[in-house]
Design a binder for this molecule. Structure first.
Ligand code: ACO
Length: 428
């Protein structure tokens, strides 16, 4: 029998159905609350208890540290899959056959040219511009060169929009980095795999042939997979809510990129590395910074620690920690930052403040160390996160549009002035 939730407001009682997910998660369905109660709403700043949608894409259990895409464990996918396979899985729901994957890749390659006029927009940015601002702007600019809205009732149009952005975003990502590094803009090569092509576009120099380092390739593949989706986080919710007004895919993605930029979200990977650098420069006294993080009068937070949903080890952080060690060993890099990171982690895991609040390292705690070892500038870290998150955003946008979800429009409790009389300026 379906479960029922009962709500009593004053002397009036209401009943609401309880809905259940495929992993037995429960939610009280309050869709009718406002109507039946004469205007009562729920309030939940930060949406800590609010499910905004039903979704069949990603499952995560923050208490147990479980993350799955379309039912496949993140550990399996990071170990055995290729980023393009995972992208297909997220967007279309199933792992592709070899033929499906080849067609997907070939269609992406056919769309991997960005209109040359976009270069002029990039040229207009100062060299000091943050690449996340550049990426968000250029993604938005793509709407000028491509249809701004997609007829979602046409499978063909939907597919075309998907392969377009899967082809073009890596070009924009690499251009953002080449601008920082003062390198001429390029287009990579259609003879390379998706991840290899990203590397070639980012790192190749005009005066030497670029060879892909397989260790770096594997680490980047893993990082992109680990970042590919994470259910209803801040940027994904942004993509869904912007898309819910029937704004186009590229416009919705551009908004998602802006949301990801913030240091409490994707911007944390840059913030982590800057924090580790600062601690090292300050003599490496991790205890001093632990004390600052615990001091409520000090705004300092231990970046890369804590998560809205994980109250256990972020499973992605476990995988990344191993990968960071591997990449640094394989490339023969002795990075003192890794020692600072390890001792901060050890201290936090044994400190009652962090233990009581269930603050564990999150995905961003180690990713910057790998990106740095790869030769990626620190301002580019969040851009790399955006590249990885692209298939997740697309999948969520597609699910929201095909599910015919209504426009996202929360309500509020008004706390301002009640009606007052207007006074002319001379009387104020
Ligand atoms: N350092 C010190 N204290 C912390 C930290 C931290 N990193 N994170 C949380 N806390 C404390 C808070 O001060 C609060 O303490 P209190 O209960 O005594 O007031 C308690 O832990 C709960 O924290 P909230 O901020 O309420 O938790 P919330 O779920 O709102 O925030 C967030 C989660 C934003 C990730 C937070 O932990 C944080 O700021 N972490 C650092 C930034 C970071 O690494 N962000 C990346 C997240 S992963 C991602 O987006 C890919």
């Amino acid at each position: 029998m379906a479960e029922i939730a009962k709500l009593q407001i004053g002397d009036r009682a209401y009943e609401f159905p309880v809905t259940k997910g495929s992993e037995n998660e429960l939610a009280i369905d309050i869709k009718t609350l406002r109507g039946v109660s004469g205007g009562v709403i729920t309030i939940d700043p930060g949406y800590k208890n609010t499910g905004a949608c039903k979704s069949a894409i990603t499952f995560l259990d923050g208490e147990k540290g479980v993350l799955r895409y379309r039912g496949y464990s993140i550990e399996d996918l990071a170990e055995k899959a290729d980023f393009l396979e995972v992208s297909y899985l997220l967007i279309f729901g199933e792992l592709p056959s070899q033929d499906q994957l080849s067609k997907f890749h070939s269609d992406i390659k056919d769309n991997a040219i960005v209109d040359d006029d976009v270069r002029k927009i990039l040229d207009a940015f100062p060299k000091t511009a943050h690449p996340m601002g550049i990426l968000s702007s250029l993604t938005s600019a793509l709407t000028a060169f491509n249809p701004s809205s997609v007829n979602v009732d046409s499978d063909e149009e939907m597919y075309r929009a998907i392969v377009k952005i899967m082809g073009k975003l890596p070009v924009l990502v690499s251009w953002a980095m080449r601008k920082i590094n003062g390198l001429p803009l390029n287009y990579g090569s259609n003879s390379l795999g998706y991840v290899e092509n990203v590397m070639s576009m980012m790192f190749s120099k005009p005066n030497e042939e670029y060879t892909v380092n397989p260790i770096v390739r594997d680490a980047l593949n893993k990082l992109l997979i680990l970042h590919a989706d994470h259910e209803q986080n801040c940027s994904t919710s942004t993509v869904r809510i912007v898309g819910s007004s029937h704004a186009g895919l590229f416009a919705s993605l551009s908004a998602g990129i802006s949301a990801l930029w913030g240091p409490l979200h994707g911007g944390a990977n840059q913030a982590v590395l800057e924090m580790l650098e600062a601690i090292k420069e300050d003599g490496g006294d991790t205890k001093k910074y632990m004390a600052k993080a615990k001091d409520k009068n000090d705004p300092f937070r231990l970046m890369g620690f804590g998560h809205r949903v994980y109250k256990n080890f972020d499973p992605r952080a476990k995988i990344i920690k191993v990968a960071a060690n591997q990449v640094l060993n394989d490339l023969g890099i002795d990075d003192p930052i890794l020692d600072v990171a390890k001792s901060l982690e050890q201290e936090a895991l044994n400190d009652p403040y962090f233990v009581d609040r269930k603050l564990y390292p999150n995905v961003d705690f180690y990713s910057g160390i790998i990106y740095r070892a790869m030769g990626i500038p620190v301002e580019m870290f969040t851009v790399m996160f955006a590249l990885g998150r692209l298939p997740g955003w697309i999948a969520q946008w597609k699910e929201m549009r095909l599910g015919k979800e209504p426009i996202g429009r929360p309500r509020q409790i008004y706390t301002g002035e009640t009606l007052r009389e207007f006074k002319n300026i001379a009387q104020r």
